[in-house]
Design a protein around this ligand. Structure first.
Ligand code: COA
Length: 324
């Protein structure tokens, strides 16, 4: 019999060792610790070493999730990675990760939905498990976003960071993942973009002019509105009232955005997992990093109702309602 749902069997995450504080950034650009903390909520962030790739971070997070789930790597029959900063154009990070874990033959891929990458990957893997095509799926969000930042641009370099988070999904008769909701709208493509790539010929990269471009203030407004609608839509679609939620586990882009969404849900900040202060915006890694943080420090408990949400370049946005 096909199990009706997928459930999270274990989580893991990994942050590179190197820490960049706001004081460090004060030496690079015209900014201040006070400005960064009050406008974004960030005090420090982790940055990958020169030799450290997205797959390196993903591997550590995956190994921790495998251990937490009490499985062995050989049990995994699907690998789905959300990332915007792959090591290579191909093979994809999923396949590189598969090789690191010594797994051979199962489907492995990465998908790119900017900061919503993990929620997209989770939604895809959930469907494989529900359809009976996967009995043990590894879902990862991993990024080395600091690689594509202009360290002279104070509007972006204070925000982004590196890291990875992972979950193991297994079939379950009970939810588990209750629902995922995914959205995208390319009309916002110019508000947040890395404007170069393979078929553009890497022209800007070759000229040393490629970096994340962001119209921060406009992104902020659309993010607050869109995420506000998304959380309401998610609860309504599942006949869940705000008061039933135990935890909001949001994408960590800006503390003020997180606070606005918590307010929309009438949730006190004690019911929100916040990692942005120490981790910055790790793009697709931020939601699984926050989830793993909450689980490992004992705040998020089995049986509780979690609302995950993310928003990123595209724009893309999405949510997952989960009975942990
Ligand atoms: N340090 C000091 N001053 C800075 C600064 C920095 N790091 N970055 C920008 N400023 C300045 C601006 O130049 C501007 O100066 P001006 O008034 O003299 O022109 C002033 O601060 C206000 O800029 P503004 O962009 O309006 O600030 P803001 O309150 O909107 O905060 C962001 C900027 C980027 C923190 C905020 O817009 C934001 O978080 N946006 C969303 C970003 C996001 O979520 N991106 C990822 C989506 S996944």
């Amino acid at each position: 019999m096909t199990a009706k749902y997928s459930r999270i069997a274990g989580t893991g995450s990994f942050l590179p060792q190197k820490i960049l504080t706001n004081a460090d950034l004060e030496k690079l650009v015209d900014t201040s610790d006070e400005w960064i903390r009050t406008r974004t909520g960030i005090s420090q962030r982790h940055v990958a070493a020169e030799s450290e790739t997205t797959t390196d971070l993903a591997e550590q997070a995956a190994r921790r999730a495998i251990e937490a789930a009490g499985i062995s790597a050989a049990d995994i029959d699907l690998i789905c990675v959300g990332t915007t900063t792959p090591d290579l154009v191909f093979p994809n990070v999923g396949t590189l990760l598969q090789d690191r874990l010594g797994i051979h033959g199962c489907p492995a891929f990465s998908l790119e939905a900017a900061c919503t990458g993990f929620v997209y990957a989770l939604s895809v893997a959930d469907k494989f498990v529900r359809l009976g095509e996967s009995k043990c799926a590894l879902v990862v969000g991993a990024e080395t976003l600091t690689r594509i930042i202009d360290w002279n641009d104070r509007g972006t370099c204070v925000l982004f960071a590196d890291g990875a988070g992972a979950v193991i999904l297994q079939p379950s008769a009970e939810p588990g993942i209750i629902s995922t909701r995914l959205h995208s709208d390319g009309k916002y493509k110019d508000l947040l973009t890395y404007p170069d790539g393979v078929s553009k010929g890497f022209k800007l990269v070759r000229e040393g002019k490629a970096s994340v471009q962001m119209r921060g203030n406009e992104v902020y407004k659309v993010a607050v509105n869109t995420l506000g609608q998304l959380v309401t839509e998610t609860l309504n679609a599942n006949n869940i009232s705000k008061s039933e939620l135990d935890w909001l586990i949001p994408h960590q882009a800006n503390l003020r955005i997180i606070e606005a969404i918590a307010k929309r849900l009438d949730l006190p900040m004690e019911r929100v997992i916040v990692t942005i202060d120490t981790q910055g915006n790790t793009s697709a890694a931020s939601v699984p990093l926050a989830l793993d943080t909450g689980i490992r420090d004992g705040r998020v408990k089995r049986g509780q109702l979690l609302l995950l949400e993310a928003f990123g370049g595209g724009f893309t946005w999405g949510s997952a309602l989960i009975r942990y």
